[in-house]
Design a protein. Structure first.
Length: 168
């Protein structure tokens, strides 16, 4: 059994965060709204702002000191919407998939949100990512709609499935 440790990323983890973020955008360009072309142009200050944002928490999975997975929780700061957060940027390196790492990141995220104001956790997933959709359903997310033609990559459109999970 692979020993994986999940934890919250901090400013000292800037290089790990940047590297896995650029990798996920490069390896899966149709799965994420941002692009490696855009984010590879970010300076260190931009990456630091992302890690220091008080409403955003980046959670990473490590194996033998190597970052192998990530997910990001973004809490809504608005007074009337503080009960909602979004799960973004879920990614596990291909060689580490099918080892429960995504489930571990989700469980860590759910534990992290316990005791917070968050009642609903939203996510969007590209409709062809069947493995991710199955995992999200397995841990209690429900499909709430489809956002058509949300991602456009190389002149092709991709729909997003919108899902949420009641956290209370």
């Amino acid at each position: 059994m692979m020993k994986i440790k999940s934890r919250i990323l901090h400013i000292d983890d800037l290089n790990d965060y940047r590297n896995i973020r650029l990798e996920l955008l490069k390896e899966n360009p149709t799965n994420f709204g941002s692009s490696v072309e855009e984010e590879s142009q970010f300076d260190d200050a931009m990456w630091e702002r992302r890690l220091n944002n008080k409403n955003t928490t980046s959670i990473a999975a490590y194996h033998d000191g190597e970052i192998v997975g990530i997910c990001v929780i973004v809490k809504n700061p608005r007074l009337k919407m503080m009960h909602i957060a979004h799960l973004n940027s879920m990614y596990v390196k291909p060689n580490y998939r099918r080892n429960g790492i995504s489930k571990g990141l989700l469980d860590y995220s759910f534990d992290f949100l316990q005791g917070s104001d968050v009642e609903i956790l939203h996510l969007s997933v590209v409709e062809h990512n069947e493995n991710a959709i199955a995992l999200y359903k397995k841990v209690g997310f429900k499909e709430i709609g489809i956002e058509p033609a949300t991602i456009k990559y190389q002149e092709k459109y991709y729909n997003l499935i919108l899902m949420n999970k009641n956290m209370k």
